[in-house]
Design a protein. Structure first.
Length: 244
């Protein structure tokens, strides 16, 4: 059943009983629209909810002013991006807000990526890590035009340059399982996650892509799914999601 994306998050974050506190500090990682998701949620929650947005890496400021939303970071005039504050300083600042939305990953504007040992940057004080991925690259050719840190993506997924991106490639990207049984494990989407873990297939905007998301969610290993608080698919642009 399709639900309002902003409404679903609001209920998830603020609809719990006081004796079961919901996460208030979220770090968003991955690719394919996580910055748009952050601004969408910030606009939906503020000004009624005291909201802070900040990066632990770098992020572009919002495309328009968001009343009631506080930004924290150091602005780099050369790049036009907001850069991270020291994490110990950020932890103190976060305590003054009802909701904190952190961008903890960068994908160079590309829909898919793999990770170095230094990323993503998820603070230890994170309550929930939201992993964001699009599925529209399925069937497209594996190339640097679509994938940030392509050599790492190839090593993790077992894909070859020029071949079509397959569901099993995305599955390995999520779980971090190396493509070859005798290969050392490589970091997947949630390798550095803190707190609860939520998987969000974004940019799902038709029935066919929703079916792909459902099939991919069902293909994830059972022991991995148990580590997740939930799997959702939907569209930030169209403000809807469905629980998988």
């Amino acid at each position: 059943m399709k639900l309002s994306l902003s409404g679903w998050f609001k209920n998830y974050l603020f609809g719990s009983a006081p004796e079961h506190p919901a996460p208030r500090l979220l770090t968003f990682i991955g690719s394919g629209g996580k910055t748009s998701l952050i601004w969408h949620l910030a606009a939906a929650f503020a000004p009624g909810i005291k909201t802070l947005v900040t990066p632990t890496t770098k992020m572009f400021p919002p495309p328009a002013q968001l009343p009631g939303v506080t930004l924290a970071g150091r602005f780099n005039e050369a790049s036009g991006k907001l850069e991270s504050l020291p994490l110990d300083e950020l932890e103190k600042i976060c305590q003054a807000y009802d909701l904190v939305l952190i961008e903890g990953d960068g994908s160079n504007g590309l829909p898919l990526k793999a990770w170095t040992d230094a990323e993503p940057v998820v603070p230890q004080f994170t309550d929930m890590t939201v992993g964001v991925l699009p599925l529209w690259p399925l069937g497209k050719a594996v190339s640097e035009k679509l994938i940030h840190r392509l050599p790492l993506f190839l090593a993790l997924t077992g894909a070859a340059p020029g071949e079509a991106i397959k569901p099993e490639h995305i599955q390995r990207l999520i779980t971090g399982r190396a493509a070859k049984a005798d290969a050392p494990p490589l970091p997947g989407l949630f390798a550095k996650a803190q707190g609860r873990k939520l998987l969000f297939f974004n940019q799902v905007e038709d029935d066919a892509s929703l079916a792909q998301a459902r099939e991919l969610a069902e293909s994830l290993p059972g022991e991995f799914r148990k580590l997740l608080s939930g799997i959702i698919a939907g569209s930030v642009r169209e403000d809807w999601l469905e629980e998988l």
